[in-house]
Write a protein that binds this ligand. Structure first.
Ligand code: ASP
Length: 605
């Protein structure tokens, strides 16, 4: 996850903070009224020691970044920058174009950061989090949305805790989800709703326990994390269907009100019914309105007005709606139901029957269709725990963290994806790292177990995870010259993290040892073979000097400019001449002719 070292013992991660608006970044004006002041948040954050440590920032390559002070229990040092919307938005005024802007901002910076934080007003925060959860497809990094009841800069403030908690989560945990951090709890974004207008616990997730809590310790429930089941790169889906509406049923509702909601150009309606999905099915006028809309291919999703619990098919009236073609929304929040409809309806590749099917699926962990088959009491861990007479949850937790990585490693060694799948079922976190920071994916890449690589990546294991030696799975694949695995990793977002000078040093070492195959692996993984070291010399300079014609032969087609000079003003050919390597001079001359044919102006001096 982290990209480099900031001169302290911790590795650093980079988080991009997007301030959209809201109380969290407001200040009080002379009359004591909270107001947003453009370009104020970053300036003020720099003066708050708990939010920024300039000494650490000075040690980094990008001194303009803000740096979070060291936090015990957080493995990485978080460096962050901040952009803000212009104008800053009151969240009750937001709509589709604002969600699209937020998604674009994440998409634009996706490859440059390890995580994202969105600072947002609380009123429609749950809508934005739900919408982003669908728009950011195949997300592989945390996007944490937060806000506050009181600004960061107030003496009494939930804003500061929410801000710091969101940053820590975004920079330290590979949770490939849109999350909401509020009131010390970490929620799945598309499960949240605003339940309280004046408590510090304004946002809640009524139908799903928090994914994490930040107290004295940061506790993340890795078993709850929703990991994707496919191997696709991150993409943005910004085209949303705007003709969606929320219709809350109330006693005595008239057919004309319903018809007004359901009429053209509406394409989808979230029907908020009573209790477990009950609707006045005895009202033929209302049933006709629904029937007529469904006939026109309007998709209607039934969710409950209750803040907790779900719509089931067991109630008689719910069943009547089902027969009509209304889709049960199970335990979707109104925000998630609305967002999902806007997303699903905007997919041109699905026809209406398919869109209806997709509405029933859990795309981002937004709904629980039926009770998940629980691992029963006599599961693997329970069995061992009993044998060892363990009783407390902490003891079991500790046992899991020693037990599972070993079993996962042995499944990878055997190349057994069935075993991996079973272990996942039993609650093993396939993304866990050992004490050296190495993951199962590192091992699978090293051992060349392509089936395990694909399985782990498709289970959401982060491809750019760094071990203690700053090595990623991509390094393992390079060092074993496994080109197929390199390609799979790259396709799934892997990037070579080495600084250019480090890459140049490595190329020099490979040149000295004549390791052409490794150079090709390195190139496939994204290395630039023409990089120069501190003396301005490239691998080609060294190969010419050493007289290694195999390396020269390999390198030359990759050099658009084989005349490149080092700090002494020497080109590769000068070294070949000085060392009297006639064959290499011939190779260079041959390349010279080739280039001259392509571009008559280019010439060797
Ligand atoms: N009502 C404002 C908004 O939602 C302020 C806040 O809740 O942060 O933008």
């Amino acid at each position: 996850m982290p990209a480099g070292k900031c001169g302290c013992t911790k590795y650093e991660t980079r988080v991009h903070v997007i301030y959209v608006g809201g109380t969290i970044g407001m200040i009080r004006n002379e009359s004591g009224v909270l107001t947003t002041v453009p370009k104020m948040l970053e300036k003020k954050l720099r003066d708050i020691p708990s939010c920024h440590d300039q000494t650490v920032a000075n040690k980094t390559d990008e001194k303009c970044l803000l740096a979070l002070p060291a936090v015990s229990g957080a493995p990485y040092r978080v460096l962050y920058d901040l952009v803000e919307f212009d104008p800053l938005l009151e969240s009750s005024c937001m709509g589709f174009s604002d969600w699209q802007r937020m998604a674009h901002e994440v998409g634009k910076k996706y490859n440059s950061y390890d995580g994202f934080v969105i600072l947002h007003g609380t009123d429609t925060l749950a809508y934005s989090a739900s919408m982003l959860a669908f728009m950011l497809e195949n997300l592989n990094k945390p996007v944490v949305v937060t806000g506050a009841q009181l600004p960061i800069f107030e003496a009494r403030s939930d804003g500061r805790d929410n801000f710091l908690g969101a940053l820590l989560v975004a920079g330290n945990y590979n949770i490939p989800e849109v999350l909401v951090f509020f009131g010390n709890k970490l929620f799945r974004g598309c499960r949240t709703t605003k339940l309280n207008s004046d408590s510090f616990h304004a946002i809640d997730s009524p139908n799903l326990p928090p994914l994490g809590r930040v107290g004295v310790n940061i506790e993340i429930n890795s078993r709850q994390i929703f990991r994707p089941c496919n191997v696709k790169p991150f993409s943005l889906h910004c085209a949303l269907e705007k003709n969606v509406a929320l219709l809350r049923i109330y006693p005595g509702i008239t057919a004309s009100v319903m018809q007004a909601f359901l009429k053209e150009p509406i394409k989808g309606v979230v029907l908020q019914t009573y209790g477990a999905g009950n609707f006045p099915v005895g009202r033929e006028d209302l049933m006709d309105a629904l029937r007529e809309a469904i006939h026109r291919c309007v998709i209607i999703v039934n969710i409950s007005q209750c803040s907790a619990g779900m719509v089931t098919n067991t109630s008689e009236t719910g069943n009547e709606l089902l027969k009509l073609g209304v889709i049960p929304g199970y335990d979707l929040t109104q925000e998630a139901a609305f967002a999902k409809l806007a997303y699903v309806l905007s997919k041109p590749e699905w026809d209406v029957p398919n869109k209806k099917k997709v509405m029933l699926l859990s795309l981002r962990g937004e709904l629980t269709t039926n009770k998940v088959a629980k691992i029963n009491d006599i599961d693997l861990i329970e069995g061992v725990a009993r044998t060892l007479h363990m009783s407390t949850a902490v003891e079991k937790q500790q046992m899991c963290s020693t037990f599972y990585p070993a079993l996962v490693a042995s499944a990878v060694t055997e190349g057994d994806t069935h075993k991996l799948s079973d272990l996942k079922q039993y609650g093993a976190n396939l993304c866990d790292t050992n004490c050296d920071g190495r993951s199962a994916l590192h091992l699978a890449c090293f051992l060349g177990k392509m089936n395990c690589v694909c399985f782990l990546v498709s289970s959401g294991c982060p491809v750019n995870v760094h071990d203690r030696f700053n090595r990623t799975p991509l390094h393992e694949a390079i060092d074993t010259d496994n080109h197929e695995i390199i390609k799979v990793l790259l396709k799934n977002g892997a990037t070579l993290n080495d600084q250019p000078l480090v890459q140049a040093e490595l190329l020099r070492a490979l040149t000295e040892r004549g390791k052409v195959k490794r150079m090709e692996s390195f190139r496939l993984a994204g290395a630039d073979l023409t990089l120069a070291d501190r003396t301005g010399r490239t691998a080609l300079h060294y190969a010419c000097q050493l007289g290694n014609h195999e390396v020269v032969d390999y390198l030359l087609p990759h050099y658009e400019n084989p005349y490149v000079k080092d700090e002494l003003g020497m080109a590769p050919i000068d070294y070949a001449k000085a060392a009297n390597h006639a064959h290499i001079i011939t190779l260079l001359r041959f390349r010279e002719n080739e280039l001259a044919e392509q571009d008559p102006c280019a010439c060797l001096n």
